[in-house]
Design a protein around this ligand. Structure first.
Ligand code: HEC
Ligand code: HEC
Length: 413
């Protein structure tokens, strides 16, 4: 049986009986983003009232439904149905179960929520134990992708590849045994949680910036009484916030940077030697963080953006306040020890080319300073050939160049 999570018209008593019966316990509800709320309140020194916070929750439910019954927001200027497929979301959402024909439901709760959390906040029951932490999808930053720009969303293909491969060297498992339709459903559900989370953040910013007092409201509607049309109209001023996020996801495939072909002498001793020179040199400056021998022992004290955005990790008072509202303990991020040959985003030469070209968004690892196409002679930035030599050198440190996990998985099946 799939439990309905709509307590709308139910009396409290009925709701309590349902809870006691194990149906739709609140641990399965989307949780508000208290950490980002606190950060916005701290910056603006505006405290949002209970009504204002309840409005944000209601608006999100109106647009996105619940963790048991997801919806796709209906927006005038972006067809969100081109970004998210409702059937796929339904397959991934809700409690774990299966139909007689073998179709599985509740895939996200079954496979992902223990680490990533029901709301996609990266704070599931196992979340606090992991290092690195599981991704908080709500922030909209993804580390391993093919699109240009740290905030540009990944493509469906990027997410799918990641699910199939997993992330070697982290606790993120490979899901290569899942059926194609299940992988598609999970990809859409990650996008859904990310879009919903970004819209929630935008509504919090809008609230602290625009509301003039504790009684002022983002939209003056009675969500339990007004018709959907009336609510839709009342939210029309806020809809552009959601459209903006949905459009970024829709347009991500147009922003893929193709990996140029490997040069013919790639990985020759000369190519590796040039790569080493670049690695140690001032333009690429890899040794600054990864150390001269690639041990990951260069500059060490830094944190990722999921921590640094909210608070100063070195200030115990700030840290305490944020831990109290659900932030995870700050953990230092280290540059990878390249001699292990374990690459979280894949160890094919093309994967590493992408890593060096794009950097790793949300972390200190910077995008490579690339030469413009119309570069003048003497321009000291890097060209694709240089990146390929760097890839050759990085792989030479571990001899990992010949491994291809995706091909290995395909062979095993
Ligand atoms: C055992 C814990 C665990 C489980 C289960 C898990 N993940 Fe992850 N996941 C992680 C960790 C840890 C990371 C972050 C690794 C990092 O930052 O390098 C991650 C990262 C990700 C990312 C971000 C990739 C990027 O480029 O930034 C996505 C997307 C993702 N997981 C999706 C899923 C989905 C979908 C499922 C379920 C099918 C799932 N994960 C199950 C631990 C887990
Ligand atoms: C400012 C510090 C910094 C610099 C400079 C830097 N890196 Fe990194 N690098 C990192 C950090 C931190 C990580 C780990 C990020 C993560 O996985 O969350 C990393 C990860 C990597 C990885 C692992 C990718 C994977 O899939 O696991 C490779 C390969 C790498 N760096 C190569 C390079 C190369 C080559 C250069 C020079 C062009 C370079 N880095 C410059 C900080 C840096």
């Amino acid at each position: 049986m799939r439990c309905s999570r709509q307590f709308g018209g139910l009396t409290q008593l009925a709701a309590i009986i349902l809870l006691a019966a194990g149906c739709g316990t609140s641990q399965h509800e989307f949780r508000p983003n208290r950490v980002y709320q606190k950060m916005q309140q701290d910056i603006t020194r505006v405290d949002l009232s209970e009504t204002q916070l309840a409005d944000i929750a209601e608006i999100l439910t109106f647009w996105f439904g619940t963790s048991d019954a997801p919806l796709i927001p209906q927006l005038d200027d972006v067809e969100v149905g081109r970004v998210l497929d409702l059937d796929r979301l339904r397959m991934a959402a809700g409690p774990v179960g299966s139909e007689e024909d073998g179709t599985n439901f509740g895939l996200y709760r079954k496979h992902c929520a223990v680490c990533h959390g029901i709301s996609g906040d990266g704070a599931g029951p196992a979340g606090a134990l992991l290092n690195p932490y599981a991704r908080d999808f709500r922030r909209g930053i993804f580390k391993f992708k093919s699109t240009v720009g740290p905030m540009t969303p990944p493509t469906d293909e990027d997410l799918r590849t990641l699910l199939v491969r997993g992330m070697p060297g982290t606790s993120m498992p490979s899901f290569h045994l899942l059926a194609d339709a299940e992988l598609d459903a999970l990809v859409d559900y990650v996008k859904y949680l990310s879009i919903r989370g970004a819209v929630e953040r935008a509504l919090l910013v809008e609230s602290v910036d625009e509301l003039s007092g504790p009684d002022d409201r983002l939209a003056d509607v009675a969500f339990d009484e007004d018709s959907p049309e009336r609510i839709g109209e009342a939210l029309s001023d806020l809809a552009p916030l959601a459209s903006y996020v949905a459009r970024e996801w829709r347009d991500a495939p147009t922003r893929v940077a193709a990996v140029p072909p490997r040069p013919s002498d790639w990985n020759s001793p000369e190519s590796i030697r040039r790569g080493r020179e670049l690695y140690l040199g001032e333009v690429a400056n890899c040794a600054k963080c990864h150390g001269t021998e690639g041990r990951g022992d260069g500059e060490t004290v830094d944190y990722d953006d999921w921590t640094k955005e909210y608070f100063d990790p070195q200030n115990p008072d700030a840290v305490r306040g944020y831990l109290a509202v659900g932030a995870l303990k700050p953990r230092q991020i280290r540059a990878r020890d390249l001699r292990w040959g374990v690459f979280h985003g894949g160890s094919r030469p093309e994967d590493l080319y992408q890593r060096i070209f794009h950097g790793i968004p949300g972390t200190p690892m910077p995008a490579a300073p690339m030469k413009a196409e119309d570069a003048r002679p003497g321009d000291i930035r890097l060209a694709p050939r240089d990146l390929w030599d760097l890839v050759a050198f990085v792989l030479s440190l571990s001899g990992a160049g010949s491994r291809d996990p995706i091909a290995e998985i395909a062979r095993r099946n």
